[in-house]
Design a protein around this ligand. Structure first.
Ligand code: B12
Length: 149
């Protein structure tokens, strides 16, 4: 048979245990969802993509390169082109567009009749190479295209 004092001690101990257990549970719950969020965003940031960069000189000569890039980091068509071709590419930055115009590839310079047209997955890009974002599996084609205007 427990005395009145004994019950009191037991109740206080149980109450203290309930408070500690509840605080610990919520602490670990929030900690784990925070970690989960960090892991998911790390995955998203570090996801890799693979693109093909094709240079079509429109004279029967074509070069193809495979370029890895990091989604959300260096995923522009310009970056893939520079990784593939390095200093074989020259370009001019236009602040008004916040983009670049590719002037020459492999020593072949755009002129009044031909320019280096940018295509992604067969579509003529509506923006320059810097603002054209790539996704895994994309195919970038630089085609020495006849000016039609
Ligand atoms: C002429 C022209 C071209 C010519 C420029 C050279 C020349 N011989 O004149 C050529 C054919 C090379 C060209 C190419 C492209 N062009 Co262009 N072009 C134009 C156009 C019709 C007129 C520009 C112009 O003469 N302005 C008058 C002069 C006085 O101003 P300027 O600032 O000095 O003009 C220069 C720049 O516009 C620059 N330029 C031309 N096109 C582009 C594209 C980009 C991304 C940049 C950074 C600069 C640039 O070249 C001009 C002459 O030096 C404009 C449409 C328009 N109405 O503005 C589209 C325009 C500027 N072009 C455009 C695009 C998308 C391209 C391409 C990326 C298309 C492609 N998928 O290949 C390519 C560039 C690819 C590469 N090699 O990097 C877009 C730009 C959209 C954007 N906000 O980024 C525009 C606005 C057309 C449109 N509405 O879609 N283009």
């Amino acid at each position: 048979m427990m005395s009145g004092g004994g019950w009191k001690v037991l109740s206080v101990a149980l109450l203290a245990w309930a408070v500690v257990a509840t605080s610990a549970t919520s602490f670990y719950y929030f900690r784990s969802s925070d970690l989960e969020r960090q892991v998911t965003s790390f995955d998203r940031r570090s996801a890799m993509g693979l693109a093909a960069v094709v240079v079509d000189y429109a004279n029967g000569s074509k070069d193809t390169f495979r370029v890895f890039f990091q989604i959300g980091r260096n995923d522009s068509a310009l970056n893939a082109t520079l990784v593939a071709l390095g200093d074989e590419v020259t370009y001019t930055y236009y602040p008004s567009f916040g983009d670049v115009l590719i002037n020459s590839i492999g020593g072949v310079v755009g002129n009044s009749t031909h320019f280096w047209g940018l295509y992604v997955n067969g579509q003529f890009s509506a923006q320059g190479a810097m603002n054209t974002k790539l996704y895994d599996g994309d195919r970038v084609v630089w085609n020495f295209t006849k000016v039609s205007f």
